[in-house]
Structures are given as structure tokens and as C-alpha cells.
Design a protein around this ligand. Structure first.
Ligand SMILES: Nc1ncnc2c1ncn2[C@@H]1O[C@H](COP(=O)(O)OP(=O)(O)OP(=O)(O)O)[C@@H](O)[C@H]1O
Ligand SMILES: [Mg+2]
Length: 249
């Protein structure tokens, strides 16, 4: 028993060292990436550039954007692990926030000729938590739905309450996820390697963040999917009782 305890303690220590390393490295990578991104923006305006030069600058800009997103996601995950994520506990209107993210995502859907609609949202539902993190969850799920659905498809978002929980559903008519991959999609860096989805860029961190944040908020996330038909994600979050005072607020 003693030996086992030592081993797990050593594992925990190593895990912590690893996370701190990732956190520091991601953090330090941010400045140079911002500089690549900033100067390539300036370069495109410093012109006149010929078409080929313009294309090259475009590649630099989009790679810098992808790198920045990866670094931000890694940072967020290590913060969750190290429990450095700020405990901002506020009463937030989780339905209003959902509507806001749907609105800001309309432009992405439009670019792909998709319809993005929100329905069944009745009034406001208060949840105790961190609005930045919950917004990130919505962005990742709605972003995925748009990203993994072909042109002309449909993304539907809805919310309702059930047994004191707020239930949010995000459905799409996209590529779907093979049954064999479903158990792993919430793992860090896991991406589906077959079919259309594998041709789309990503790092496999979005859903890992969704799961960590939702569980930290006392909720759950579930998924159902069929290849060629579409995918449905369902998030449940404990709703505050109407009129109940929040702890610490
Ligand atoms: N709505 C969806 N429809 C089909 N496949 C999906 C959907 N959402 C997620 N997936 C699959 O699950 C995998 C993991 O998703 P996740 O959001 O974690 O990573 P990602 O989108 O690849 O990268 P990123 O870190 O930029 O979010 C994706 O690579 C994709 O194959
Ligand atoms: Mg994603």
C-alpha cells in the first residue's frame, strides 16, 4: 500500500511538472506568435505586393492564427489541471449568453451557406459559474458544428430546463462521427482520422476544454452521432433556483 502511495504521489508530481512546463512554454510562445501575426498584417499593408507575395503573407497570417489558437487552448487546459483557472463564480444568464454566441457565429455559418438557428429558448436561466469559460464551451461546440458540416447544411441550437438543469442541444446535419471514435473525442489532441472531417484543420483540444469546463461547473456533456447524417451534443448545467441567493455573491 505504501509503495503504491509513493508511486501515485510521484506520478502526480511529474504530471504537475509537465503541466507547468506546457503552461510556461505556451505562455512564452504567445509573444513571438503575436509578433509574427502583427508584422505580417503590417507587411500586407506596406505594399504594393505582387499577387504571389500577397499569397505568401496570407499563409503566414493564417498559420500564425492557428498557432495562437493552439497555444491559447493548451494554456487553458493546463490552467484547468493546475487549478489556476480563476474561480470567477457569478450568476450568469446561460441562455442569454448562448443567444449571443449564436449571433456572433452567424457570420461563420453564412460564409458556408448554412442556416444557424436557435429555438425554444424561453427567457433567462441563471447558472452559477464563469461566463468566459461557458462562452468558450458554446463557441467550441457551435464552431465544431459549423466546421464539420458541409456547405448548405443546418445547425440548430436549443435550450430548455429539466429537473433543475439547463439542457442545451447543438445539432448539425454534418459529416457525423464514426462510432469507433466517439469514446475518444473528448480526449486531448484526439481527432477523427477518417472521412471528410479529417481533411479539416484542428488540434483536437476544443472538446477537451468543453468537457473540463462543464464538469467543473457540475454539469455533463453527451454526444450522439451518425456518419453522413449529423451530430448532436447535449450539455446540462445545474440551474440556480429562482430567487435563491448565491454563495459568495
Ligand atoms: N459537430 C461535429 N461533427 C463531426 N465531427 C465532430 C464534431 N465535433 C467534433 N468532431 C470531431 O471530433 C474531433 C475533436 O473535436 P475538437 O473540437 O476537440 O478538436 P478539433 O475541432 O479537431 O480542433 P480544435 O482544437 O481546433 O477544436 C474533431 O477532430 C472532429 O473529427
Ligand atoms: Mg473544435
Amino acid at each position: 500500500v505504501r509503495l503504491y502511495e509513493n508511486v501515485t504521489q510521484e506520478q502526480k508530481r511529474l504530471e504537475k511538472v509537465k503541466n507547468e512546463f506546457i503552461a510556461t512554454a505556451s505562455h512564452d510562445l504567445k509573444n513571438p506568435i503575436m509578433s509574427i501575426s502583427g508584422y505580417s498584417d503590417l507587411l500586407s499593408k506596406a505594399g504594393p505586393l505582387n499577387q504571389q507575395q500577397q499569397d505568401f503573407v496570407g499563409y503566414i497570417q493564417s498559420s500564425a492564427r492557428n498557432m495562437l489558437e493552439l497555444v491559447q487552448n493548451m494554456l487553458q487546459l493546463t490552467e484547468i489541471d493546475l487549478q489556476q483557472m480563476q474561480e470567477r463564480r457569478e450568476a450568469l444568464d446561460a441562455v442569454e449568453l448562448l443567444e449571443a454566441v449564436v449571433n456572433e457565429s452567424q457570420i461563420l455559418a453564412k460564409e458556408k451557406g448554412q442556416t444557424l438557428e436557435i429555438s425554444n429558448t424561453k427567457g433567462s436561466v441563471q447558472v452559477e459559474g464563469d461566463s468566459l469559460q461557458v462562452r468558450q464551451v458554446y463557441r467550441n461546440l457551435i464552431g465544431n458544428a459549423i466546421k464539420y458540416t458541409p456547405e448548405g447544411g443546418k445547425v440548430s441550437v436549443s435550450s430548455h430546463t429539466q429537473d433543475g438543469n439547463l439542457i442545451i442541444q447543438i445539432r448539425d446535419t454534418g459529416y457525423g462521427i464514426p462510432a469507433a471514435d466517439l469514446p475518444f473525442i473528448f480526449d486531448r489532441f484526439y481527432r477523427v482520422r477518417s472521412g471528410k472531417a479529417s481533411e479539416i484543420e484542428g488540434n483536437g483540444l476544443g472538446l477537451a476544454i468543453v468537457k473540463s469546463v462543464i464538469e467543473k461547473h457540475g454539469g455533463q456533456v453527451r454526444v450522439e452521432s451518425e456518419v453522413g447524417t449529423g451530430t448532436r451534443f447535449e450539455v446540462s448545467l445545474p440551474a440556480c433556483k429562482p430567487g435563491a441567493a448565491l454563495n459568495g455573491i
